[in-house]
Design a protein around this ligand. Structure first.
Ligand SMILES: [Zn+2]
Length: 377
């Protein structure tokens, strides 16, 4: 029997690779563009650093990632808008330079067409409601620049939404915050409730006329950190028709690593009062400090499967997806060190009894449904 096992494992991996090659491959949160902005990385070349580039996305079968234009919350007011434009500009340069390999998608139909053509589809998001500087006109301009999703808050509260990792001051969403959600519904932007406080989550679900997403969160029942969500929230997300992308960050998925995550969150509160170039210089140093290190996670691929199982048990197979947070985490789980390793997750899911159809829902089918419902095509 022992002699047969390696051959069987090989067959399973070959099957997993085929499934990933055929899947739409949506990952709802990657911080890869920051590596281009700060490190001038050439994404067309396979790198041994970071977690994602075009060759590794193709190898992992993740053909349609969401790229987050993330701005730290210490960028206040108009500075946050300027920084968002800087990142959008970097993204555009990458889109222009590699037209033959990647294309911007703004609808589910776009994603299907681009992936079918053999290119990588990029779906743009902004991470933090502070990036609109309390101005719906700014939100609308982001929409016109092809941005189709916004995380309502980041690690700190903003002027209209409480964060899960800050002291509540608004009791969830303010009236203006509710109008932001309504305007996102009207425009056809995904309302992303990762990072927000539990009350903000429920307020957003109550106001939104469309399914919402948790772009990169995991289950609090397994790893008890505020960035994760409770079983009741997962149930509410299922009723809303939304989808939750499991975050691969070590502390998000394994209680063994949760203490390190709590420390990172606690150290995130320093807010320098800087503007312009001084602020950008501070941010560049902060970026190197936060993501320059490599944390050896105790979490493994089996922990990721446990979170997927948990969401399936509570909300059903139609409400779970992948939101790795690759290039935004320092210690990915053992066995999922970068996006090229995604077939190993598929192989693990096969071993746990998931059907090919179910796995394809997890690998993007569920997200495609929600994007279609929100963008209208
Ligand atoms: Zn995040």
């Amino acid at each position: 029997m022992i002699l047969i096992l390696p051959a069987f494992a090989q067959d399973e991996m070959a099957r997993a690779k085929r499934i990933n090659a055929e899947a739409i491959g949506i990952d709802s949160h990657m911080d890869t563009i920051q590596r281009v902005f700060y490190g001038h990385v050439d994404l067309s070349k396979r790198s041994s650093d970071g977690h994602s580039d075009f060759p590794r996305l193709r190898e992992g079968g993740m053909h349609a990632p969401f790229f987050a234009l993330w701005v730290p919350t210490y960028y206040g007011g108009a500075e946050a808008v300027r920084k968002t434009l800087d990142l959008r500009d970097t993204m555009q340069m990458v889109l222009d330079q590699f037209k033959d390999q990647i294309e911007l998608a703004t609808t589910a139909a776009d994603i299907e067409r681009i992936v079918k053509s053999g290119k990588i589809s990029i779906f743009l998001t902004i991470e933090g409601g502070h990036q609109i500087d309390d101005d719906l006109a700014v939100l609308r301009m982001y929409y016109r620049m092809g941005i189709r999703s916004m995380t309502l808050s980041h690690f700190q509260n903003n002027n209209w939404a409480d964060s899960s990792t800050d002291k509540p001051v608004h009791n969830g969403l303010t009236d203006f915050g509710k109008n932001v959600v309504r305007e996102m519904n009207r425009l056809g932007m995904l309302v992303d409730v990762s990072h927000v406080s539990d009350k903000t989550f429920y307020d957003a679900i109550a106001v939104s006329s469309k399914p919402v997403i948790l772009s990169h969160s995991s289950c609090r029942a397994i790893s008890d950190v505020p960035r994760n969500v409770t079983d009741d929230m997962i149930r509410a997300l299922g009723k809303n028709g939304g989808v939750m992308g499991i975050n691969f960050g070590e502390g998000f998925i394994s209680p063994k690593d949760a203490e390190a995550l709590r420390k990172t969150i606690a150290s995130n509160n320093a807010a320098p009062v800087l503007t312009g170039k001084a602020l950008d210089d501070y941010a560049a140093k902060d970026y190197q400090k936060e993501l320059g290190g490599h944390y050896k996670a105790q979490a493994t691929i089996e922990d990721v499967v446990a979170h997927i199982d948990h969401v399936v048990k509570i909300a059903g197979i139609d409400h779970v997806g992948i939101g790795s947070d690759f290039d935004g985490i320092t210690g990915p789980p053992q066995g999922l060190e970068d996006v090229s390793k995604m077939p190993a997750l598929t192989a693990a899911l096969l071993k746990h009894g998931y059907s090919e159809g179910d796995i394809k829902k997890i690998l993007g089918g569920n997200y495609l449904r929600v994007i279609r419902a929100v963008t209208g095509k």
